[in-house]
Ligand binder design. Sequence first.
Ligand SMILES: Cc1cc2nc3c(=O)[nH]c(=O)nc-3n(C[C@H](O)[C@H](O)[C@H](O)COP(=O)(O)OP(=O)(O)OC[C@H]3O[C@@H](n4cnc5c(N)ncnc54)[C@H](O)[C@@H]3O)c2cc1C
Length: 422
Amino acid sequence: MKEITSEEFEGEVLNGGKVILDFYSTECPPCEALASKFEDLSRLYGNDIEFLKIFRQGNRELSERLGVKSSPTLLFYNEGQETAPRLTGGIKRSDIIRNLDSMIPAGRVKEIKSLIRPSVSEFDVIILGAGPGGLTAGLYLCQSKINTVLIDIALPGGHVSTTHEISNYPGFIEPQAGYMLSHSMSEQTKLCGTIYKVAVDVTRVDLERKEVVIDEYETVKAKRIIIATGTTPNLTGAPGEKELKGKGISYCATCDAKYYDDKEVLVIGGGNSAVEESEYITRFVSKLTIVHQFDKLTANKQAQDRIFKNPKINILFENEPRAFIREGDKIVTEVENVKSKERQKLISDGVFIFIGMKPNIDLFRDKLALDQWGYIKTDEDMRTSIQGVYAVGDVISKKYRQITTAVADGTIAAMAIAKELD
Ligand SMILES: Cc1cc2nc3c(=O)[nH]c(=O)nc-3n(C[C@H](O)[C@H](O)[C@H](O)COP(=O)(O)OP(=O)(O)OC[C@H]3O[C@@H](n4cnc5c(N)ncnc54)[C@H](O)[C@@H]3O)c2cc1C
């Protein structure tokens, strides 16, 4: 592995053979997350592919010329030509390997793979998920001098890092940008000494044995596991939804309704959360239209009664969204009547989607006691049905899912574990 400068770019890269080039920056958590993977892979692939690093801030002109806009960015060259898709952000080991494998003959790939030796590391506690719940547990455990590793399939921060503004987390007078709040939480926990293994693939989780295999070859063992994997909102799947997520389409009323003062919004859904959240949203908006697929709401009767009396709310029954399109500062939602198949366009300032969240438990779904909605059941100390396995935050069965409640769960689990391991 070698560090180069702009002056060496032509000789080393354009006139070189097979090259992987890492544009990195300082004070860049995703760059730190990549560094050990890059070094490790250079030992495996280094005889076939040149591993080069270049400091982005010190080589700005070259970065701009190559269109490198974020750190880290990995570029792959063969005989001076870019040869595989660029990788940026929270880069996974498996994505780098896919690109590297595409640059060398299949036989050689097989030889290299045979050199991979599984590794095993041991900790007191494994935390799966580095959102507010996991990060808080990590902080408390670390401060109790308990050897802890935080494992996340993405970069640390969870939902908070992608939330525009947080105005209800205590301790801050002004609303905080979500990414800053999650960055501060993450740095505080890291500074304490908690080990991070982030932007990894979680290959297997054995809750009974307290073992987690990451990136296929690395086994992490511990005495306790905390599951803090949070939830994922269900998507409608209509075209345009993913692109407009956070840019006019929201999945959280508490977070975003306040930005729609005197505006008109659509709510997709008709269950308890859609109806209850709609009621909350009408504190702000001038008009709200609920789009629901059935001919009746499925929310509880009391909530329905309140909704029907609310003069700001209209309901469009038996319709489903088919597409979301941004037109200027409006969102056009194309809806289809499920019976007549007739389509119409509804114009609004924003769209809220409440068609349920799903807990991220795919890797251990069958092993734990769950509530009827698939959330993990815990006792008051956050213990699950499996000895030595705890769960915190949005992934557990509870009434209110907020940052403060996830942070509280993380605190409780860590203190309970600290007491047990004492
Ligand atoms: C758009 C939006 C806005 C919100 N705004 C607010 C707000 O203003 N105020 C407020 O209090 N709350 C808000 N919330 C709710 C708040 O974000 C959550 O309650 C909180 O983030 C829950 O924290 P958590 O640690 O339980 O889970 P999450 O924040 O969901 O973090 C879970 C972490 O686990 C990781 N993970 C998932 N699967 C795995 C796996 N198999 N292995 C390892 N890691 C895994 C994820 O990558 C993620 O980093 C908002 C939620 C959303 C969706």
